[in-house]
Design a protein around this ligand. Structure first.
Ligand SMILES: [Zn+2]
Length: 418
């Protein structure tokens, strides 16, 4: 059976059929602008009476028709396509004259839902925002506004029933020691919220983004050894366990080794001994990651009676803290032995790290109930980093937050298509 439109029909009927704007709207004029490769479709409101007030839903008389507005729609073949219409205003006895809602676009936007849905898809899949803007023939600000609306929509729809394991992570933002902090859902690998700064007040605001009932489901929080995060977390989720991130701990230990090496290298070099020259990365990388020739060089100096090799052994011994003990009790014993050995080493930078770890030991031992790290968030962080480089710097924190949640929030971003 031939379909309804297999025979010749008028252009107006054709566009009404494919636009699906509802029986209230008709196509009154179609203009083709050959020069600018553009089509404009003018719409007229069919009904003379009975429009709904957007505030209360009451059926009212038409007060008047507002000024003509335009919406960019999906292209018609090779032509950029816009809809044009004057929207009726309902004469609401309670709310006064109110512009009616239309099915094809959100209030006060210049794009139809279908265009925004396409834009979201292109933004998600293009290599960069610049490239997406180019493909969509839209400007930077427009992309920003579409992403902002998408994120707002996604956050309204998001359900946060349970968040058993979360991570709190900081990241530098712009130059000059400015930071952002993210709260990440470690189970689902998504960013829950982003705030500017990394003070206790900033971390408080981060927790405020999580509804009270959801906070009750948080069992463990991975974080760096940062007092502000700890304080805010203890206030917001007092029953959750804090687990200091093992990668951040190993970073502190590496810094200790590096300080010992730099100092020792200075002392040796003054005596004409340059054994430690150019060895910085050998000590930090982990034996198993060295190439054959690096390994050869490394085994020579590692076995020499150097302070740096002692510091390195201390660092290496700590790696077993996460894997060798059978349980929390043994882990505590392991730590005490390691600590004693480190304090006797007379290596100040290592002792300093050891004292810091001892003071927070209760938040290290939690690893044995909740083996979580910020590694998931580190993965997210590299995504955030690429967002940052793709955007060539941000004018405001607000658009940075939008992009992070757009790309890393796993939100349902698409407009409701009717
Ligand atoms: Zn009303």
């Amino acid at each position: 059976m031939p379909s309804r439109f297999s025979t010749r029909i008028s252009e107006g009927a054709f566009f009404e059929a494919v636009l699906k704007l509802g029986p209230e709207w008709e196509v009154t004029e179609i203009s083709i602008f050959e020069e600018s490769k553009r089509i404009e479709i003018a719409l007229g409101f069919r009904r003379e009476t009975g429009v709904k007030c957007p505030d209360c839903g009451r059926t009212c008389a038409i007060y008047d028709h507002g000024q003509e507005r335009q919406w960019r729609h999906l292209d018609t073949m090779q032509y950029e396509t816009r809809l044009r219409a004057r929207l009726p205003r309902a004469d609401c006895p309670e709310h006064g004259p109110q512009t009616v809602r239309v099915s094809w676009a959100d209030p006060k936007t210049r794009f139809t839902h279908l265009f925004e849905a396409q834009a979201i898809e292109v933004l998600e899949n293009a290599r960069s925002i610049v490239q997406a803007c180019h493909l969509l023939r839209i400007g930077w600000g427009t992309a920003d506004a579409i992403m902002g609306r998408a994120v707002k929509r996604g956050l309204e729809r998001r359900s946060l029933e349970a968040l058993p394991r979360v991570g709190m992570d900081e990241k530098s933002f712009r130059k000059g020691h400015r930071y952002i902090t993210t709260l990440n859902d470690l189970d689902r690998g998504r960013v829950i919220e982003v705030v500017e700064g990394r003070t206790e007040a900033d971390a408080d605001r981060l927790w405020e983004a999580v509804p009270e009932t959801t906070r009750g489901t948080v069992e463990a929080v991975a974080m760096d050894m940062w007092q502000a995060f700890e304080n805010a977390t203890l206030k917001a989720v007092p029953s959750a366990e804090i687990v200091h991130d093992k990668f951040h701990i190993s970073k502190h230990l590496n810094e200790g080794v590096n300080r010992v090496r730099a100092e020792e290298h200075g002392t040796l070099a003054r005596r004409g001994d340059d054994r430690l020259k150019g060895t910085r990365w050998l000590w930090l990388r982990g034996e198993e990651n060295l190439t054959d020739s690096q390994y050869e060089k490394f085994s020579d100096i590692k076995d020499a009676e150097l302070k740096t090799s002692k510091a390195w052994l201390i660092k290496e011994a700590f790696r077993f803290f996460w894997s060798v003990p059978r349980d929390r009790v043994h882990a505590e014993e392991y730590f005490r032995d390691w600590y004693r050995h480190t304090i006797y080493s007379k290596l100040e930078p290592m002792k300093k790290v050891a004292r810091m770890l001892k003071a927070r030991l209760h938040h290290l031992l939690t690893w044995w109930s909740h083996p979580i790290t910020n590694a998931v968030s580190e993965g997210l962080n590299s995504k955030i980093q690429s967002i940052k480089s793709a955007a060539r710097g941000f004018h405001s924190f607000k658009s940075y937050r939008t992009r992070i949640l757009f790309f890393c929030g796993k939100l349902d971003l698409t407009p409701n298509l009717t």
